[in-house]
Design a protein around this ligand. Structure first.
Ligand code: SD4
Length: 325
């Protein structure tokens, strides 16, 4: 064994890192000091309605907020009419669909997958990474191999008819313009609070249409596309990933809420900061969605057009977010 490999092996073993992460994070006895206003589920965009519906049903049956946010967004991953989530999504500029996803619990446990091909449910793969490995993120071919080992569904690499049509049209010009506007969105991010005050969230996407091969967005970056903390609240993001990563958007919102900001004000501050740190803001759409432990909601975007689905005991409603411009 090479000395580097030996070093890695020993340092992993001595840190105990070969044990599943869940043995650590789930071991922490966190005493929830708040009374919960849950259950409450929030999801980005209008496909959040069916995703919330499923998540609500799962929460009712299993009582598990992490089951709920996983199975909720699986609905979107399977939705053949959706061109920005799942394997039916728009490809990169080489004509290949690559997916990003993340799942996180309020106790710090998280799993993410980036740049993976052929995996029907990347959110389930993210959960397997969270629960069955000592790691947080697997990427590319290694992630696909782990999905195969775990018995997850692998589909042939074939563009959906709509994605193929869009790709052929794009290739006529092949202009590389990494822009997300209101016609070109749809990542699903879901955050949920159960009746006991436990939080969890999920996020899954095929990412930016016609991106460079290998490009990874904000969705699988913990703190950018998703961040959850049982002590405070939860946030998720949608829109141009690069602009969101630059400000660590979801983490920023949760940290502002920790300092006492309402979710709405925290989302507005994140948008303000995103505008300050990104050039060409006319061509960037990004939106944030947040809840705190009291069940208060925040949503805000750069440009108009962002909406979200909110499911509580009163029902499942689509709500327009306010925006800066
Ligand atoms: C990305 N944030 O990969 C994702 C795309 C997205 O609405 O959210 N679209 O940059």
């Amino acid at each position: 064994m090479s000395s580097r490999r030996k070093f890695l092996k020993t340092s992993l073993l001595s840190s105990g890192a070969l044990l599943p992460l869940s043995l650590y994070a789930d071991n922490i006895n966190f005493v929830n000091p708040y009374s919960s206003q849950g259950p409450l589920l929030l999801s980005t965009w209008n496909h959040g309605i069916p995703a919330n519906e499923k998540a609500w049903e799962v929460l009712g049956k299993t009582g598990s907020i992490v089951d709920a946010v996983e199975q909720g967004v699986m609905v979107t991953e399977s939705d053949l009419s959706n061109l920005t989530v799942g394997l039916q999504g728009l490809p990169d500029r080489e004509g290949i669909v690559t997916l990003d996803a993340a799942i996180m619990k309020g106790n710090g446990a998280c799993g993410t997958v980036s740049f993976v091909r052929q995996v029907k449910h990347p959110i389930t793969l993210a959960r397997k990474i969270m629960e069955e490995t000592p790691h947080v993120m697997l990427s590319g071919e290694g992630a696909r191999q782990f999905a195969i080992e775990q018995g997850l569904e692998i589909l042939p690499e074939r563009l959906s008819p709509e994605a193929e049509k869009a790709y052929k049209e794009w290739k006529l010009e092949s202009e590389y313009k990494p822009i997300i506007n209101i016609e070109n969105h749809d990542t699903i991010g879901m955050v949920g609070l159960d009746k006991n005050g436990n939080l969890a969230g999920s996020c899954t996407t095929s990412g930016l249409a016609f991106k460079m091969h290998g490009r990874v967005g904000d969705s699988p970056i913990i703190g950018a596309g998703l961040f959850i903390d049982d002590e405070v609240g939860a946030a998720t993001a949608t829109g141009l990933g690069e602009s969101i990563i630059r400000i660590c958007g979801s983490f920023l919102i949760v940290e502002l809420m920790r300092q006492g900001w309402e979710p709405q004000k925290a989302c507005e501050e994140a948008v303000k900061r995103l505008i300050a740190k990104n050039k060409d803001i006319n061509n960037i759409q990004a939106g944030f969605l947040a809840i705190n432990k009291e069940g208060e909601v925040g949503a805000y975007s750069v440009h108009p057009g962002f909406n979200y689905a909110k499911h509580d005991k009163k029902g499942n409603f689509l709500i327009d977010s306010k925006s800066k411009f």
